[in-house]
Design a protein around this ligand. Sequence first.
Ligand code: HEM
Length: 259
Amino acid sequence: MGILGFLKSTVLSKFVMAITGIILVLFILGHLIGNLQIFIGKDVYNTYAHFLQSLGEILWIIRIVLIISVILHIITSVYLKFLNLSARPVNYKFRKYVQAKLTSRTMIWTGIMILAFVIYHLLHFTIGVADPEIYGHKDYYERNAEFVIADNQGEIIHDAGKFSIVQGSKVLFERHDVYRMVVLGFRKPLVSIFYIIGMIILGFHLNHAIQSMIQTIGISGPQFTKCMTKLSSVLSFLIALGYISIPVLIMLNVVGGDV
Ligand code: HEM
């Protein structure tokens, strides 16, 4: 059975939606925890970003898994939408959305908006073409030079990482100043507002998504469903709030005053 044949089964499509959804939610949670470190300070945040960059092949494996998840998530959602529409070819005269909540009816639209947001976000912070003047600044940080072998002139002849200048027993290493990029990026009110709207939409999408995932995996029961509905609302609210706090606190100059 080809991939389309495989996805043609509704049950399997829902399962694919749930599994890819879980992978994407895990990324969103991990990315949030990583980015909240901006509140600890520049060194911690840049160390985290540099660690991710230095993962090399592992980073590419994570990226490929994410890209495949996004593609499968989109294909199955469009397929399920068409299936749903073709199940009732004649449009209802009066649309009665008795059970379907606003968030569940708008999943495909909030999904498209999140995709547009992520494309802009990649051009902004990962590729650096949306706002080139904030991108590519270097951060020089000092570490002990124990593992660096230098000749008499202090010229480094071997080391275990990237370096630029030797200063006595210390070495100044060089890395991308992601902290500066994010602070300068969010000091622009229009950019911050765009992000805030994007992350509110993400919150709505997640609210329904987390509930559906739990249902698809097969755990149910009236009491449990009620509890899970609350849990997914709280979780999606906290995720959106966590992300939104970053541009808001930068605009208020609570964070990034040192840039
Ligand atoms: C305030 C909110 C956010 C901040 C400050 C932020 C920050 C960043 C930064 C700095 C990078 C680039 C890392 C690097 O190349 O060194 C990045 C990459 C990325 N972000 Fe975000 N992000 C935010 C929200 C989001 C949201 C809501 C999503 C998803 C819905 C997201 C998805 C991604 C993805 C997919 C990448 C590319 C990862 C990679 O392949 O390296 N981000 N983000």
